[in-house]
Ligand binder design. Structure first.
Ligand code: 2P0
Length: 336
C-alpha cells in the first residue's frame, strides 16, 4: 500500500484491531445513470467526476467475514474454496490487509454473488461494498457510512455507490487525500422505476474498466470534454430524479452513456466495448421510442445494454425484448 493510502486507513481505523468475530453483510450491485470514467489519482482511486447510480435490489453480494482458526486466510466464492493465487483471493486479501495493517488476524471470507450469470454484470461493486461492511462488522469498527463508502473506494470506484439501495451519488471531492470522495444515498424513492438488462454478449470482457479508463484518459482527444460534461450531467440527473421527470432523466442518462463511449471510441487505438448487437438493441429502442415507448438505454464497460423505464412500460419492454431480465430497484428486496 502506498503511504498516502495507508494514511487514510490510519486516520479512520483504531491503532489496533480486536480479534475478528463472524459478521455477515449484503450489498446490491448498481448501474450508473451518470458514469464514472477516468481517475484523477490512480493510487487513491479518485475519480475525475461525480457519478450517480441506481442499485439493483436483490442482485448483489453477501459476504461473511470471521476468524480463520488454522492461521491462514480462507476465501470462498459461491460455495467453492479458492486457491491463494487466484485473482479473486488476491484482491480480497489485499483489501483485508488494508484493514489489518500488519496485525496477524487470519480471516475466513465467504462470498456469495446473487447476480444471475445470465445478466453479464460485474460484481466488483457489490463485492467490495459487502466486504467493506463485513470487515468493519467483524472487527467491531464503529464507522460512519461515508467513511465506509470512502474505504470501499480502495477496492473499486463503483463500490462506493453499492453500500445502499436506491439512487446514490458519489461526489468526486476536491481534497488531494480523497477524504471527501465518497457516496451518499439520495432520499428519493421511485417505486415505479424499472431496469431491464439485455445481455447481448456472453464472451469475456475485452478489457477491464480500470485499464480501459486509463487508456481513454491517456490517449483520447475527446476526453478533455468529459469531466465537465459528466459533472453537469450528474447534477442534472439528480435534479430530474428530484422532479420525478422521467423523460428528462432518461434522455440525460442515455446521452451521458453515449458520450462516455464516444471518448473510448476516440481513444488511440480505439476502445469499443459495444458490439453490433448492442447497436441493434439501441436501434430497436429508438424505433420503439418514436412509436411512443418511454424507455432509455445505458451501457457500461461491456456490450450489454440496460434499459430504464417506468412500470407501465413493462409489457411493451417484455414484448420487444423477451430476453430482458427486469429488476425492481425499489421492490420488497431492496428494503433488506
Ligand atoms: C460506472 N464503470 O460508473 C462506470 C461506467 C464502468 C463504466 O465504475 O478502477 O470497476 O475499480 O475504480 O469501479 C467500473 O469501474 O473501476 C465503472 P475501478 P470500476 O459504473
Amino acid at each position: 500500500m502506498t503511504d498516502r493510502a495507508r494514511a487514510i486507513f490510519d486516520a479512520v481505523l483504531p491503532a489496533r484491531l480486536p480479534e475478528p468475530v463472524a459478521f455477515s453483510a449484503a450489498a446490491p450491485s448498481n448501474i450508473a445513470l451518470s458514469k464514472y470514467w477516468g481517475k484523477r489519482d490512480a493510487r487513491l482511486n479518485l475519480p475525475l467526476n461525480s457519478s450517480l447510480s441506481i442499485s439493483l435490489a436483490e442482485w448483489g453480494t453477501t459476504t461473511r467475514v470471521g476468524p480463520a482458526y488454522d492461521g491462514t486466510d480462507a476465501v470462498w466464492l459461491n460455495g467453492a474454496r479458492l486457491g491463494p493465487e487466484t485473482g479473486f483471493t488476491r484482491k480480497v486479501v489485499a483489501f483485508a490487509d488494508r484493514f489489518r495493517r500488519g496485525q496477524t488476524l487470519p480471516l475466513h471470507v465467504v462470498t456469495e454473488n446473487t447476480i444471475p450469470t445470465a445478466a453479464g454484470l460485474a460484481s466488483s461493486a457489490s463485492g467490495f461494498a459487502a466486504l467493506t461492511r463485513a470487515l468493519a462488522g467483524s472487527f467491531g469498527l464503529d464507522l460512519a457510512e461515508d467513511r465506509l463508502s470512502m474505504l470501499a473506494r480502495f477496492g473499486s470506484g463503483s463500490a462506493t455507490r453499492s453500500l445502499w439501495h436506491g439512487f446514490v451519488r458519489w461526489e468526486r471531492g476536491a481534497r488531494a487525500d480523497g477524504s471527501d470522495s465518497f457516496a451518499r444515498p439520495l432520499p428519493e424513492i421511485w417505486p415505479e422505476f424499472r431496469i431491464a438488462i439485455i445481455r447481448v454478449d456472453t464472451g469475456p470482457k475485452s478489457r477491464s474498466s480500470r485499464d480501459g479508463m486509463g487508456h481513454t484518459v491517456a490517449t483520447s482527444p475527446l476526453f478533455g470534454q468529459w469531466p465537465a460534461q459528466a459533472e453537469a450531467d450528474c447534477t442534472a440527473i439528480e435534479a430530474a430524479i428530484r422532479d420525478r421527470d422521467f423523460p428528462r432523466l432518461g434522455a440525460l442518462a442515455e446521452a451521458n452513456a453515449l458520450a462516455m463511449h464516444a471518448t473510448m471510441i476516440a481513444a488511440r487505438p480505439a476502445l469499443c466495448y459495444l458490439k453490433p448487437e448492442s447497436w441493434q438493441v439501441l436501434g430497436r429502442l429508438r424505433a420503439a421510442r418514436q412509436d411512443g415507448l418511454e424507455a432509455y438505454a445505458t451501457m457500461d464497460a461491456g456490450a450489454n445494454v440496460k434499459l430504464i423505464f417506468l412500470e407501465d412500460s413493462t409489457p411493451r419492454i417484455a414484448e420487444l425484448f423477451p430476453e430482458a431480465v427486469i429488476v425492481e430497484p425499489f421492490g420488497a428486496a431492496a428494503t433488506v
